[in-house]
Design a protein around this ligand. Structure first.
Ligand code: FBP
Length: 251
């Protein structure tokens, strides 16, 4: 069955609100407002987003399939930053089946391209992709170059394009790559990904104007949108920031 991208895209573009940081970084990214999943889900449900990304625990306890309008995207793997391994492995912690029970419209998985555990993660992601396709929902890959083999080259044109191409070869529908402002790199990444839609992570919080400008520039070379966290929910006024990003992406 062909995965249905209609639910999580609009006019072939996407804007996802990412909120899986509690597992990846711990609560250090949060303040008194953003530490509360209910408040972030409210921002996600504002109408500006085509998806809300979280881990299974938040999906189970906060996402209400009858009330929430924003489509749910469940991250199926994750790790903490406490071990800070040079070659990271991010184990699967949720199945496609479980994500569907929470009402997921898509599933996500982080693959650390270049890590010594890359083969293990490729296998897990390939199995997830197969099952997601059977169920008709899209599989989204966080294609993040990381590990000794790619140290210092994580955002190079060649390595980022390789990570993007891997997403196409593995059968993914959307790939998310680390935030970069280099148009030449992004243009080659987009070409390398073929029919797979490329979205950008937001990265650490930066100046709002600078972030909006970078978003515009990324779209100019074929990037299809963002899967952004901190640059929205740590903005002075998250809803206003969401509205501005939405305007840039969807017009
Ligand atoms: P941001 O827009 O806040 O960067 O979120 C994107 C994201 O990929 C999250 O989904 C994830 O939790 C985090 O960044 C991973 O960060 P890191 O680069 O430290 O692994």
């Amino acid at each position: 069955m062909k995965a249905n991208l209609d639910k999580i895209t609009k006019n072939n573009r996407a804007l996802f609100l990412a909120y899986d940081h509690g597992m990846e970084h711990g609560p250090t990214d949060f303040d008194d407002e953003s530490v509360d999943p209910a408040k972030i889900l409210k921002i996600a449900d504002s109408g500006y987003f085509t998806g809300f990304i979280c881990q299974k625990g938040i999906a189970e306890k906060y996402y209400d399939q009858d009330k929430n309008k924003v489509p749910l995207i469940v991250k199926l793997n994750g790790k903490t930053k406490l071990l800070a391994e040079e070659d990271p492995y991010s184990p699967q912690v949720c199945s496609v089946e479980e994500a569907l029970n929470y009402g997921a419209s898509a599933v996500g998985y982080t693959l650390y391209v270049g890590s010594q555990y890359e083969a293990k993660m490729m296998k897990e992601l390939a199995e997830i992709e197969e099952e997601a396709e059977e169920k008709g929902i899209p599989a989204i890959g966080w294609m993040y170059p990381r590990g000794k083999a790619v140290a210092g080259k994580e955002k190079s044109k060649e390595i980022l394009a390789y990570a993007a191409r891997l997403g196409l070869e593995l059968g993914l529908e959307i790939i998310k790559i680390p935030f970069t402002t280099n148009q030449e790199t992004l243009s080659w990444v987009v070409k390398s990904a073929g029919e797979v839609k490329v979205v950008l992570a937001g990265g650490s919080k930066i100046d709002e104007g600078e972030f909006l400008e970078a978003t515009k520039k990324a779209l100019e070379v074929g990037v299809k949108g963002l899967a952004v966290g901190r640059n929205v929910w740590r903005a002075k006024e998250p809803l206003k920031m969401a509205e501005k990003i939405n305007k840039i992406i969807f017009g």
